[in-house]
Design a protein around this ligand. Structure first.
Ligand code: NDP
Length: 240
């Protein structure tokens, strides 16, 4: 019988989400892990964990996975809205389908994640929502126009929601990571931009590890419910 509360993580099939899953599992939390590639969630092989194939752009499927996990493990105490895509491109040539995909997943998908737990957290007068924004939610970078749009939106929405639910004792937190070594860049379709990104990453001494962000999340969540570390910006020391 577990005593630690349930944590739900979107985008847990790789990178930062998978690192958070491992870290929170090691700390004894039951988990609900969500992503489209359910086989990668299952391959993490974590105990007390429910893995469900969920596309965050589909609120009904997301909601039913949350309810299923809550029936087994009790209420979600931490909802990590981490699922995201980064498709770098120049606005004059980039396929608008890529802009829409980023806004659908990074912005609307994140709102679905917030909505899936918020009413219950407000009713319980407790709980934490952790949204993964980006340093690109604070400043701009070359070829990032649509992506920074999504991440500025995540940072702004998170602050607004934080104020909206503060009286209900629900914490809303944001992490804005700098560059982290994950699959994120792999989905960019412009090969020149991908190669320039790799060179730039090397020029600043490399990326953070996914567990660096997981450790940050664990620290933020681990503070008392009456204390909210609202936002952390964390990146490689040499990153501009
Ligand atoms: P990864 O590409 O390794 O992970 C992205 C995760 O999002 C995967 O698990 C993927 O799972 C999931 N995902 C993508 N689309 C969907 C969808 N429609 N529905 C559900 N899940 C989805 O990258 P990171 O770990 O780096 O990214 C995690 C978050 O961190 C993102 O929000 C990203 O913007 C942010 N971030 C990353 C930085 C970096 O340098 N790596 C820097 C700043 C922020 P699947 O494909 O199985 O669905």
């Amino acid at each position: 019988m577990t005593t630690k509360p349930l944590i739900a993580i979107t985008g847990a099939s790789s990178g930062i989400g998978a690192a958070m899953a491992k870290r929170f599992s090691d700390a004894g939390h039951p988990l609900l892990l969500l992503a489209r590639r359910v086989e990668k969630l299952e391959a993490l092989n974590l105990t007390n964990t429910l893995c469900r194939a969920v596309d965050v752009t589909n609120p009904d499927v997301l909601q039913s996975a949350i309810r299923e996990a809550e029936e087994i493990y009790g209420p979600v105490d931490l909802m990590v809205n981490n699922a995201g895509v980064m498709l770098l491109g120049q606005i004059d040539t980039q396929d608008p389908v890529e802009w829409k995909k980023m806004f659908d997943v990074n912005v609307i998908g994140l709102l679905h994640g917030v909505q899936s737990v918020l009413s219950d957290m407000k009713a319980r007068k407790g709980g934490t929502i952790l949204n993964i924004s980006s340093i690109a939610g604070r400043k701009s970078f070359p070829n990032h126009a649509a992506y920074v749009g999504t991440k500025f939106a995540v940072s702004a929405m998170s602050e607004n929601i934080r104020e909206e639910v503060a009286d209900d004792n629900v914490r809303v937190m944001t992490i804005c990571p700098g560059v982290v070594g994950t699959e994120l860049i792999d989905h960019t379709t412009d090969e020149q931009i991908k190669s320039d990104y790799a060179d730039w990453r090397e020029s600043i001494g490399g990326a953070l590890e996914p567990d660096d962000i997981a450790r940050t999340a664990e620290f933020m969540y681990g503070q008392p419910q009456g204390m909210n570390i609202r936002e952390v910006v964390v990146g490689p020391t040499r990153q501009p």
